[in-house]
Design a protein around this ligand. Structure first.
Ligand SMILES: Cc1ncc(C[n+]2csc(CCOP(=O)(O)OP(=O)(O)O)c2C)c(N)n1
Ligand SMILES: [Mg+2]
Length: 318
């Protein structure tokens, strides 16, 4: 288990440092893409992706820096994409909101709320049909459960007993609107439980807890042949879109943030590594290697060229 903890920390540190790097350079206005930051959410993606096999497939939303980094571990294509450069993951045409790495199992991300959920079901249906053993995990926010397509997809997936994990990253808000102003039911957990699926809920910033819950979900799914719904709570540290805090906007008190900050996933996991026997030197070496990777990638991104203007309409729907 020790090496799993180190791997989980590495992934979370990579995500946090990559986003802090975006924060550091965003004001230079070289990164033109809107940013929906993952800060506060790192334990969820690290734990779930850590428990999946490398060839399992994932899909996400416009808030998927964490998902991309956890699934691929790479930062060259990531930062070049943020800078809109031809060396980017989609030659600079997708920006932050449509990340993908199909060869590494990240099938797609989309800015349209809930739109990747039915696509994930299609992938799960194909995997079942082909009997290739792959599982699909689709990540979405609590706001996506306000969309009809979420419920249609859960229904059809349960009917067809598809190997799919519905991972709801629940921060309690759709932009600025809290769940109490959106839901005509008190417990999402209970409503989803009325479908023929396995339901799990965690409110933890410990990636090992998320990792173990996901392992349990995957083994339960294998045993009873039913999809899983994971409702995983976290607190979004920054504004809905952008790199700043927004506690002066009046829709949530800063006190909530300060309470969650006491449980910050990166800090707690670092402390945990110390208590389970990793030396400060080992942790520092890991952090330094990630810092160097990110520094190399941002330099590569800044120095890369933009795509040629004649490429403007290649590979996009027009
Ligand atoms: C179909 C659709 N409706 C509305 C929007 C505008 N919109 C963008 S993000 C968002 C809120 C989504 O909240 P949630 O799913 O909880 O994700 P979070 O931003 O909290 O991660 C909305 C309504 C959209 N992008 N797509
Ligand atoms: Mg939300």
């Amino acid at each position: 288990m020790k090496s799993v903890n180190l791997d989980l920390y590495r992934t979370m540190y990579l995500i946090r440092k990559s986003e802090e790097t975006i924060q550091k350079y965003y004001a230079e206005d070289q990164m033109k893409t809107p940013m929906h930051m993952s800060m506060g959410e790192e334990a969820i993606v690290s734990g779930v992706v850590g428990a999946l096999n490398l060839d399992d497939q994932v899909l996400g939303t416009y808030r998927s820096h964490a998902l991309y980094l956890a699934k691929t571990g790479e930062t060259d294509l990531f930062f070049a994409e943020m800078y809109g450069k031809v060396t980017g993951m989609a030659q600079g045409k997708s920006g932050s909101m449509h990340l993908s790495a199909p060869e590494k199992g990240l099938l797609c991300c989309s800015a349209i709320v809930a739109s990747s959920i039915p696509i994930a079901m299609g992938a799960a249906y194909a995997n079942k049909y082909q009997k290739n053993g792959k599982r699909v995990a689709v990540f979405f926010g609590d706001g996506a459960t306000d969309e009809g397509v979420f419920w249609e997809t859960v229904n059809f997936s349960c009917l067809k007993k598809l190997p799919i994990l519905f991972v709801c990253e629940d921060n309690g808000f759709a932009v600025h609107t809290p769940r109490e102003h959106r839901h005509g039911f008190s417990s999402l957990h209970k409503v989803v439980s009325s479908f023929d699926c396995n339901v799990f809920e965690e409110k933890s910033t410990d990636p090992e807890v998320i990792y173990r819950t996901t392992q349990k979900a995957l083994s339960t799914m294998e045993q009873n042949d039913k999809p899983c719904f994971l409702r995983l709570h976290y607190y979004r540290y920054l504004e809905h879109v952008g790199i700043n805090e927004d506690f002066d906007a009046g829709y949530r008190p800063k006190g909530d943030y300060l309470d969650w900050l006491k449980l910050d996933p990166i800090r707690l996991q670092r402390e945990k590594l110390g208590t389970i026997g990793f030396s400060e030197q080992q942790i520092l070496e890991l952090e330094q290697s990630v810092d160097e990777q990110i520094a190399r990638s941002t330099e590569f991104a800044a120095e890369s060229a933009f795509a040629d203007a004649c490429e403007l309409h290649t590979g996009v729907f027009i």
